[in-house]
Design a protein around this ligand. Structure first.
Ligand code: GTP
Ligand code: MG
Length: 196
């Protein structure tokens, strides 16, 4: 995709705040600090459209980015952030559930996991949600921060992730890093395929 214009369309905590216009939409989910906002910036070739932070819990709202009036990319708030209260965790769950249930244009929720670590219980739960939401679709999982691993370690970890997340023939696991363009091209290819 040749991007001309990308801008934030809405920053929402409830459905009344979602963009009114309906476009095909792709959302990125994953634990706090996994690199969701960084991935959105990388895909858009923008340094800091989505706010990024080394401290987990940066994105607290559902952020919709309008890409050339053609699609939305949606940066979801992360889970698994230890310093959140029970009330905040409940609010997060409600916000995500409302989003998944109400967005008609939503084509896919793509799960991000850290390529360096075993998936957490929350990662597995999120993947279950994604699968339950669209049982007919294969899951798309992106393994982030691949630049932090040696080639061999990365190969081992990708295998481990496939096994731990029980990825099958219809599922896709994409290695990703903000430090090069390979993952970015693969993700755009997938998005373009899903638009056909
Ligand atoms: P929340 O908003 O808290 O849910 O986090 P997030 O998933 O949006 O993470 P964010 O994009 O803010 O990135 C967290 C940290 O990881 C930042 O310090 C980023 O610079 C770093 N980071 C993200 N992606 C990569 C990557 O591919 N490689 C490296 N080395 N660092 C990365
Ligand atoms: Mg973020």
């Amino acid at each position: 995709m040749n991007i001309h214009n990308s801008d934030i369309a809405a920053s929402a905590v409830k459905k009344e705040q979602y963009p009114k216009k309906e476009l095909p939409e792709f959302a990125f989910a994953g634990r706090s600090n996994v690199g969701k906002s960084s991935l959105v910036n990388k895909l858009l070739g923008r340094k800091s459209l989505a706010r990024v932070s080394a401290t987990p819990g940066k994105t607290a709202t559902i952020n919709f980015y309008n890409i050339d009036n053609t699609i939305y990319l949606v940066d979801l708030p992360g889970y698994g952030y230890a310093k959140r209260s029970r009330d905040e965790i409940e609010a997060w769950g409600g916000m995500i559930e409302e989003y998944l249930k109400n967005r008609k244009g939503l084509k896919r929720v793509i799960l991000l996991v850290d390529s360096r670590h075993e998936p957490t219980t929350d990662d597995k739960m999120m993947l279950e949600w994604i699968r339950a939401y669209r049982p007919e679709d294969g899951a798309i999982v992106i393994a982030t921060k691949c630049d932090k691993l040696k080639k061999r370690e990365l190969a081992d970890n990708l295998e481990m992730l496939e096994r731990e997340l029980e990825l099958g023939e219809n599922d896709i696991l994409v290695p990703f890093s903000t430090k090069d363009d390979e993952g970015k091209f693969t993700v755009w290819d997938m998005i373009n395929m899903m638009l056909i």
